[in-house]
Design a protein around this ligand. Structure first.
Ligand SMILES: NC(=O)c1ccc[n+]([C@@H]2O[C@H](COP(=O)([O-])OP(=O)(O)OC[C@H]3O[C@@H](n4cnc5c(N)ncnc54)[C@H](OP(=O)(O)O)[C@@H]3O)[C@@H](O)[C@H]2O)c1
Length: 347
């Protein structure tokens, strides 16, 4: 039996994504499982990896991209009793999701409750978990607090806004002009980051309250961290979690590195900055140090999804053959949500 996946044999633009027909279905090794993938999430991090600029994956070539997936355990490796064959699970795979089958370690898999739409469920392992952990673990914000979400119309951005609404937080989000509806649909205030001075706009919006936000979340990175830091109220916290400006070539490595150094310095010298402080967040680093928390938070989010308390924005469900177009759309920006690949077809 043949099966399909997407292969990257050299780093570059969307054209490096190739649909490949495979002949042998790989067997899982010890501690591994094979998953029949029902839904693979796509997002900017896949594009970052494809470009060969992602710090945590410079990878062996060729490889299959795909940071997150939901599927059914098809076969377990030798010596493995849990999870069971036939179980629906979610994986933060980092790579490998864009295929009909995925083989990888079993230890971080999380069960997905029956009855959930796999395309909505696949928004949880990367986008929702990232936002959830920053809101509830890194910042621990009380209801009524005000947050600033940079890049609020993207996969992680809309997850932030959805969770902020659920947690009773007030949200301000930056996006491009064509995407303000993607931000306002969650009851958040949208700011077009290309029009005028968005720092001043945040200061004006919050002038009647604390004169800044309680927390800001920024994945643009580099020089942009200073803009987000300037939006904080006294005692507020900036969480950096990406370097998108470097990924797309708007900034060099040096500028991205300086942004990180400044982030650390502000955190260390908080007494100089009215108690404003900072943190860096990485979902994969946190999973390594807190594996039980990772699983518990994923389970909580699947619970919220099942209750209808959160509403991931899936803008398209497409076959693997659309992967190149999907990456071209991710690179062009302005998506307003997540595109999900359905490796076994869209019907
Ligand atoms: N550290 C972690 O653990 C972690 C986990 C997940 C993701 N990430 C990172 O988070 C970032 C977002 O991922 P994603 O999948 O949500 O990407 P996405 O869907 O492509 O969203 C990107 C967002 O950034 C906005 N944007 C682009 N340039 C901007 C600028 N100069 N100023 C302000 N906003 C700008 C876009 O707005 P418009 O489209 O409206 O123009 C869009 O809302 C990526 O850098 C990713 O690598 C980090």
């Amino acid at each position: 039996m043949t099966w399909q996946n997407i292969r990257i044999s050299r780093f570059g633009g969307p054209e490096v994504l190739e649909l490949v027909e495979q002949t042998a279905i790989p067997a899982p090794g010890p501690g591994e499982v094979r998953i029949k993938v029902l839904a693979a999430g796509t997002g900017f991090t896949d594009s970052f990896i494809r470009r060969g600029r992602y710090p945590d994956y410079k990878g062996k070539l060729p490889f299959t991209p795909g940071y997150e997936l939901v599927g059914v355990i098809d076969k377990t490796g030798p010596g493995r009793t849990l999870p069971h064959e036939g179980e629906l699970v979610a994986a933060l795979s980092v790579t490998g999701g864009y295929g009909q089958y995925y083989v990888g370690p079993a230890r971080f898999l999380v069960p997905v409750p029956e009855g959930l739409d796999p395309a909505e469920a696949v928004c949880i392992p990367l986008a929702y978990l990232t936002a959830f952990q920053m809101l509830t673990r890194v910042c621990r914000l009380p209801p009524g607090a005000t947050i600033l979400v940079i890049g609020a119309s993207g996969s992680v951005g809309t997850a932030f806004l959805d969770l902020a609404r659920h947690l009773g937080l007030k949200a301000i989000g930056t996006c491009s002009a064509g995407n303000t509806h993607a931000v306002e649909r969650f009851g958040a205030t949208a700011i077009d980051y290309r029009a005028g001075d968005s720092v001043r706009t945040v200061q004006q919006i919050t002038a009647g309250g604390k004169g800044g936000v309680d927390a800001a979340f920024d994945a643009i990175g580099g020089a942009h961290f200073a803009r987000s830091f300037a939006c904080l109220a006294a005692g507020g916290m900036l969480v950096g979690y990406g370097s998108q400006a470097m990924a797309v070539g708007d900034e060099g490595l040096l500028s991205a590195g300086l942004g990180l150094v400044r982030l650390k310095l502000w955190g260390a010298l908080r007494w100089l900055f009215g108690g404003r402080h900072t943190a860096w967040y990485s979902i994969t680093d946190r999973r390594l140090t807190q594996p039980e928390e990772f699983k518990a938070d994923m389970a909580s989010l699947f619970g919220l999804l099942r209750e209808g308390a959160i509403h991931p924005v899936v803008i398209d469900r497409l076959p693997l053959s659309a992967a190149r177009d999907v990456h071209a759309r991710i690179d062009a920006g302005g998506l307003g949500g997540k595109i999900v690949l359905l490796p076994w077809g869209t019907s």
